[in-house]
Design a binder for this molecule. Sequence first.
Ligand code: FMN
Length: 307
Amino acid sequence: MLDIHFAPLQGYTEDCYRRIHHALCGGVDFYYTPFLRLEHGKVRSKDLRDVNPEHNAGVPLVPQVIVRDAEELDALLQVICPMGYKRVDINMGCPFVLQTNHGRGAALLARPDEVRRIGERIAAHQDLAFSVKMRIGLKERDEWRAIVQVLNDVPLTHLAVHPRLASQGYKGVVDMEAFGELAAVCRHPLIYNGDIGCVEDITKIAQAFPGLQGVMIGRGLLARPTMGEEYKKGLRRADGEVVRIIKAMHEGVAREYGQFITDEDQLLRKLRTFWDYLEPTLGRKPWKKIHKAGNMRNYLFAIGELR
Ligand SMILES: Cc1cc2nc3c(=O)[nH]c(=O)nc-3n(C[C@H](O)[C@H](O)[C@H](O)COP(=O)(O)O)c2cc1C
């Protein structure tokens, strides 16, 4: 049975969502924070709140960081370690130009020397376990080769690989050929990430790569939050049951956000994102009705109609 990792999605898999997902759906072995980064030498207070252990009680959570160099990693570890975390994930895959222009995320894939320096810092922290989440390249589909060669000598719990180039964003086909080549030379436990949309996709990947340790799923789990549980328990929930669970999750999320967002329009804007990836499970019409609801009354009515 493969481990299930819930991929971090900035703006979606926030502390409140992770807690509620863990409580109501389960089936996920590891959750990750969206990346923590330095801005003017500090971590944003919103991100500190997200990683605060008090907001993540009982959730198997790994903080993720995005860094330009070994020095930024040190600075972020000084913030994370006092919170008591024993694992940290390093983002080497983010394609957003705001990050790559600063040398962070997928930009590291074109800088194996800096990855080597980061690896030396990792090796020096024997009290902490590290993992890396990467793409196959920034612009060139062979860039992973030099990076994996460097990372093979760095102590990591695992390497998670999203086999797209940063220049592809989240579109276009995943490069399974490159993933296969990488799997053949990678000395770390390997996690596959990309476009998993149903339990059958997980079993297909497991069959194609028998040595795989796990899969990391983002948009697919947001679309069908019970997918991890269904895979782990070998069951198929009826669509109506999944919808009931989604409604219960939304109730929890709405209750939490309602505590600190008092303006109704602002609350509605925040809550609407909960549904962004749910169209495949809800169907186009009900999904559109929720998205188009212009006020809280119509919004809650559209949700009430879901079956
Ligand atoms: C809106 C959005 C935000 C994301 N934020 C992060 C992030 O903070 N850290 C990260 O490592 N990946 C981030 N990702 C990438 C996902 O973790 C994942 O690698 C990607 O969606 C592919 O997996 P999937 O096809 O299962 O969704 C983000 C992706 C999207 C679409």
